[in-house]
Write a protein that binds this ligand. Structure first.
Ligand SMILES: CC(C)(COP(=O)(O)OP(=O)(O)OC[C@H]1O[C@@H](n2cnc3c(N)ncnc32)[C@H](O)[C@@H]1OP(=O)(O)O)[C@@H](O)C(=O)NCCC(=O)NCCS
Length: 279
């Protein structure tokens, strides 16, 4: 019963650490005095309490269904709050954040942009195992299906629904075949900035696909993220395909930022930066 992403809840707790267990992200909470009311009046300061941040109501609903399916006792469900009993008798609390932004499903002419599904692992391997796709990106070519699975696990870990700290990784699904042929990310490096990054199966290059996907993400961000006023992207200067996508989107070249991106193995890349003001 994996929760769809998670973000550290530093605002209402301290001493937070986290662990990954069976695909579920746990937050061990030391509740601050001022936020004890959020723990449903259980006076449980210290690490004697386990909580999840469910992030969205949809994630909480998903968790509730999974618990019901597994016949796990639900102690309380009240809107954005869910409390259930684990087999050791621990009360586990889960909160959804009312301000969280759902990762949308976006349709364009040829594409569907949506969260990855576990069943997409073969498609991910198919496109990410071609060394041409990694020529200009800091990640390594996938050598086996485990690499593709690690990518999908990483997608779940990095997803964040919190406004100002959004991180959505969209699978790019071709309507015609239903196959995933690439990805496009939208994240907030700063609360007022949206950044996009992308990669596409080599078989589909130069057909306007990424421009179509990037335009759709831009339109979504314009309405769904009212605080985002600037959209930006960066690529290696020699990555002409990528800079062309940015230009077609309406972004302007800002210059080269030397050593602005860690490229792995103690290497840093000089990135060509593009941006546009969207509000
Ligand atoms: C960059 C990438 C996403 C582009 O996707 P795409 O769907 O092919 O992009 P589009 O078809 O929408 O646009 C590409 C444009 O670049 C142009 N282009 C491609 N290679 C070029 C080159 N070497 N020189 C000049 N223009 C080039 C194409 O002609 C096209 O422009 P046009 O529509 O005016 O003809 C894809 O090449 C890719 O995944 N590359 C590997 C991963 C990567 O580099 N990601 C970006 C990291 S910043």
């Amino acid at each position: 019963m994996p929760l769809m992403g998670y973000s550290k809840s530093n605002e209402w707790s301290e001493g937070v650490s986290w662990a990954h267990s069976n695909g579920t992200y746990l937050v061990f909470v030391q509740v601050q005095e001022a936020y004890k009311h959020l723990t449903n009046n259980r006076q449980c300061n210290g690490l004697n309490h386990i909580a999840f941040m469910g992030n969205t109501l949809a994630a909480l609903d998903m968790l509730e269904s999974a618990l019901q399916e597994k016949q796990i006792k639900i102690l309380k469900r009240d809107g954005d709050y869910l409390c259930f009993e684990d087999p050791n008798g621990f009360a586990i609390e889960v909160y959804a954040d009312k301000n969280a932004i759902e990762q949308p499903r976006i349709e364009t002419n040829r594409l569907i942009l949506e969260p990855y599904k576990d069943s997409d692992v073969k498609d991910v391997f198919a496109y990410a195992s071609n060394p041409k796709i990694t020529q200009y990106v800091p990640w390594s070519v996938h050598k086996n299906m485990e690499d593709a699975q690690k990518f999908l696990d990483g997608v779940r870990t990095r997803t964040s629904y919190m406004p100002g700290k959004l991180f959505f990784i969209f699978a790019i699904r071709l309507k015609e075949t239903g196959r995933v042929i690439g990805s496009i990310d939208f994240k907030n490096p700063q609360p007022w900035i949206g950044q996009i990054d992308y990669a596409l199966s080599v078989d589909y290059w130069n057909k306007g696909i990424m421009t179509e996907a990037a335009r759709a993400v831009k339109s979504w961000a314009e309405t769904a993220c009212p605080k985002v006023v600037r959209l930006q992207a960066g690529c290696l200067a020699e990555n002409k395909g990528s800079s062309s996508v940015m230009e077609k989107l309406g972004m302007k070249f800002e210059g080269i930022r030397p050593k602005s991106h860690y490229w792995g193995n103690d290497q840093y890349a000089d990135l060509a930066f593009y941006s546009m003001v969207i509000k």
